[in-house]
Design a protein around this ligand. Structure first.
Ligand SMILES: [Zn+2]
Length: 380
């Protein structure tokens, strides 16, 4: 009986977990991957932007380009005493492997690395090119990571046709969900101006809370859309409101609020902003509104890549995946606008960002086979 703990992909995963790459620190993870990729003939390029380390590696000059993408950075472990084993010491317990990044997403990285080695050993003369785009800035600000690598590639006219992101997409069983897009995320930072006054003399004051309340009510009443075939309905959520100076007899001069849209492809950030500003225009209110766009929604249309990913999953599990656009944002938002088909396939996400993050050892081995099969289906 072979010991699954000593499979090459599990050994690599343990090495990666052992490097405490708290965002945006790569902690030497990319060097480890680059050494192995160089051995396979990849051209490895480190793209350093501020404190962020990125790796762009490519084998071949031909089209089409199949790229595996992901991040080496992890979120902080949180209260270390809460962990049943040290977060940066890979620890086996039964069929599980514990450690920060075990699921998000060092198992994805290890699986793509070993899958590429296996694929190239079996098929040294495949068509097209293979590439890896790895960043250490996905869990942080995400400004100097994938976004800037894509800008660099764009400037050079280097195009990625298909991208498989190794983010933990699965919910209950490996491959039960793949992500084929993500909702957009747009935040509004609002300040409403009024005039401070004595609570007993409202005629001498202008209470910004009272000004904002009907606008807020109207924003909540709007049915933004009903979603569409691939997206759930657009959601408007207020995350923060503050006003008041801490005294019971004073009405405030100012109110600040913060809200967020998770939106479908029925909207763009411009059309949403316009709609919100129309609502404000219908009220007597003096305000400033600043917007922050985290990412437009994106969607990969049905086609070759989704077919190949679905088939690879079906061959290993006997089941077809659910094609989803749920969850938060991912670096797919930076890759897709270049005209790249992006699909996210990775391990179960139940423990990500939590204390005692873990992955099923068997799933990492199966994920490696799925990635290898995707390469066969796309590049042979
Ligand atoms: Zn992740």
């Amino acid at each position: 009986m072979t010991n699954i703990y000593s499979e090459p992909v599990i050994e690599l995963l343990c090495e990666l977990i052992g490097r405490p790459s708290i965002t945006p620190d790569d902690a030497g993870c990319q060097v480890l991957l680059a050494e192995r990729l160089t051995e396979l003939g990849f051209d490895c390029e480190t793209l350093q932007f501020n404190d962020v380390t990125n790796l762009w590696a490519r084998l071949g000059t031909e089209s089409p380009v199949l790229c595996f993408a992901g991040h080496t950075d992890v979120v902080p472990p949180g209260n270390k005493d809460g962990w049943s084993s040290p977060p940066f010491e890979p620890t086996f317990a039964g069929d599980l492997l514990y450690g920060r990044g075990a699921a998000d997403m060092k198992s994805g990285l290890a699986a793509m690395m070993v899958a590429i080695e296996d694929f190239l050993a079996a098929h040294p003369s495949h068509r097209g090119s293979l590439a890896l785009l790895i960043t250490s800035d996905e869990e942080g600000r995400a400004r100097d990571g994938t976004l800037r690598v894509m800008d660099t590639l764009g400037d050079r006219g280097e195009h990625i046709d298909w991208c498989v992101l190794g983010e933990p997409s699965s919910q209950h069983a490996l491959g039960d969900i793949v992500r084929i897009g993500r909702r957009g995320s747009l935040s509004g930072m609002l300040t409403v101006h009024g005039v401070q006054g004595h609570v007993a003399f409202p005629q001498h004051a202008d209470n910004p809370i009272r000004r904002f309340a009907p606008v807020l009510a109207e924003l909540h009443e709007i049915q933004w859309d009903e979603g569409n075939e691939h997206f759930p309905p657009t959601s408007f959520q207020v995350v923060d409101i503050r006003a008041g100076i801490g005294a019971p007899n004073v009405t405030p001069a100012e109110l600040s609020a913060r809200f967020n849209f998770r939106y479908s492809t029925e909207w763009t950030h411009e059309s949403l902003q316009e709609k919100v500003e129309t609502v404000f225009a219908g009220h007597d209110i003096e305000y400033e509104l600043n917007w922050h766009l985290s990412g437009e929604p994106f969607l990969t249309e049905p086609g070759r890549l989704i077919d190949a990913v679905s088939e690879a999953i079906h061959e290993e599990t006997g089941n077809a995946p659910e094609l989803s656009t749920g969850g938060g944002t991912s670096d797919g938002r930076f890759i897709s606008p270049a005209g790249t088909d992006v699909v996210e396939l990775g391990p179960i996400n139940a423990s990500i960002h939590k204390i005692n993050e873990h992955v099923k050892v068997e799933d990492v081995i199966t994920l490696t086979k799925m990635y290898r099969r995707i390469m066969e289906l796309m590049l042979l």
